[in-house]
Design a protein around this ligand. Sequence first.
Ligand SMILES: Cc1ncc(COP(=O)(O)O)c(C=O)c1O
Length: 470
Amino acid sequence: MSDAASEFDKMLDGFWPYRNSTQAYRQVPSEPIDRAAIYAEIASFAALEDAQGDKGTVSGSLYSGDHDHYAFLGEVFSLFSHANVLQRDMYPSATKFEAEIIAMTSHIVHGTGIGVVTSGGSESLITALYSYREHAAKTRGVTRPNVVIPVTAHVALDKGAHWMGIEVRHAPLTDSYVVDVAAMAALVDDQTIALVGSAANYAHGLIDPIEAIAELAQQHGIGMHVDGCLGGWLLPWIERLGYDVPLFDFRVPGVTSMSADTHKYGYALKGSSVLLYRDKELRANQYFTYPDWPGGLYLSPGLAGSRSGGLIASTWAAMLATGESGYLTAAESIMRTAVTIRDGIRNNFPEFEVIGDPTFLVAFKAAGDLDIYLVNDALKGQGWRMNSLQLPAALHFCITRPNTADGVAESFLVALRAAVEYAREHQGEPAESGAMYGFGGTPQGNATIEAMMSGVLDAMHEVAPAMPSA
Ligand SMILES: Cc1ncc(COP(=O)(O)O)c(C=O)c1O
């Protein structure tokens, strides 16, 4: 096989590892397939794909890792999986579940009990942006909206702003890698709809100076959103354990909204997040009512139309089944693991610099000329899946429950030492790893540059192509 053909083959394997071992369906099978056979095939994928995460060698992504918990949530899900919670007359329990999910989330971040449940962090962030845009248009006549966010704020904000015609003004970081509030101040003008800070941000796990940002927002009479998608369900417990956590939530007067993902450290199934508001007036901006539709009087709180009752019920069940003591125990072991890794890198690896002063997510970059992506290649080769970052090139290890198993942190540090040796030996060679979000473990990497990125998205929605003829 030519080099080009083998590279192509490798790329196909990355996206479609089952292309040679399973049947690909390009149309609905003419006759139903036996349920047991369908189940067996899916179960074989699940067993294979969960194996690495279950070993505790994956950064982020899997937050609980407890298969008994998942099984329980799956059972709860199945009770209402088919139910459309838009039909509240049929499924009034959804109102109870949803209201209580909001109340419990609000309670841990000292909110006012006002919010909505969304499908995930991105929807929470984009919905918040929408509410601020509408609010600014109505109350201040803003027609050319902009939002001022840290460069490290989650990219879903850029996506939402792009969709909604909002200009994004990115504020740089200080030497401590949190947002420079003076730089934010310089970006604010009379068309600014809101400021954003993260608690904590995805890239480096750091908490922006929320109090200073909120104060700036108040000075300008605008709102401030705290992106607590990642930290909202974890930082409150870390704080209660006595760790040093700066104020990041509704205790700060200028904070007017906050997102906290139940499907991350809330240990719920994927597909749920909570967007909290300080007051109902701001929330009302996201409500949509249309009384003149032939299909009936239409009212909807957010982007989604039909929604599964299963997700709402199982999110509620996840909170009850974990309880405060469960969240605290999990936070304690997460912090113990994170501190071992953070201090292990700081004390034993002069080759790296830990970025800022992290809590549960440790990001590190090369202190000298070591190629961090070569380090990642070698970690991958040893079964570790880190998240690759860029600007600056770095890796992060977001600690979740599966990583807290005995010995995982210690064996990570051993693997990291071997990875440093590998990177030294291969210095100057092109690394396979790149910094593509959500692709920490695929062979795609530096080759996947911007020009290819939409091609990648196309590929993710296609059945495996046939092999090229040699
Ligand atoms: C800080 C932060 N905000 C927002 C998001 C987006 O959340 P989701 O992937 O649920 O849309 C993430 C995801 O990791 C995150 O870390």
